[in-house]
Design a protein around this ligand. Structure first.
Ligand SMILES: Nc1ncnc2c1ncn2[C@@H]1O[C@H](COP(=O)(O)OP(=O)(O)O)[C@@H](O)[C@H]1O
Ligand SMILES: [Mg+2]
Length: 174
């Protein structure tokens, strides 16, 4: 096994031979990256170097002209954004997107999926279940907010957060 192949085999996220052109501009040219499990990996480069395009490719936000992205042992090319997120590969954006007129807690509760209360009749037929689920989600949300040091902002408008705090909120998953 070559160095490159070994690195790729031990990685949680890896890509090989990634290329993407926009018209005549080759934004990403034969890029390879390997992100080991448990690591914090950064990508630096001047404006226009292709960082955003590479992130878009790594999250399958856009499709490569060539090359592939492997996450947790399997290619992500065929998967849709929500399926990729369910597998644990989550992307955030350069400018954090939060719902500014909802509280920090409400922003987090929106992330919860498959809640009984999402179905109209359940709200009347199973109010106890709906309430119980909501209570658990709130507990979990507050736990996570405590972990990242945002607990004191729980009931503030998300719009009142600083840039860094917004970025944190943007990346939290229930
Ligand atoms: N959607 C697009 N259409 C045309 N050109 C693009 C598009 N996205 C990026 N580019 C070009 O690709 C190159 C890399 O851009 P980008 O990935 O945004 O770099 P970075 O994030 O490192 O600043 C730049 O020359 C940019 O103008
Ligand atoms: Mg960029």
């Amino acid at each position: 096994m070559g160095d490159n192949a070994r690195l790729t085999a031990n990685s949680l996220l890896s890509a090989n031979g990634l290329s993407k052109s926009f018209g005549g501009i080759r934004a990403v040219n034969d890029a390879a990256i390997a992100v080991p499990q448990g690591s914090i990996t950064g990508l630096i480069g001047p404006n226009g170097a292709g960082k955003t395009t590479l992130f878009n490719l790594l999250s399958n936000f856009i499709s490569p002209d060539r090359g592939e992205v492997i996450f947790d042992g399997a290619p992500i090319q065929q998967l849709q954004s929500h399926q990729i997120a369910q597998q644990g590969l989550v992307r955030t954006f350069q400018v954090a997107r939060v719902l500014s007129r909802l509280s920090v807690l409400e922003n987090m509760l929106l992330a919860a999926q498959h809640q009984t209360g999402e179905r109209f009749w359940n709200v009347w037929l199973h109010p106890q279940t709906v309430r119980e689920e909501e209570r658990r989600q709130k507990e979990r949300a507050i736990e996570i907010l405590e972990t990242v040091g945002l607990a004191h902002m729980t009931h503030q408008y998300a719009g009142s957060l600083s840039g860094g705090q917004r970025k944190l909120l943007d990346s939290l998953v229930l």
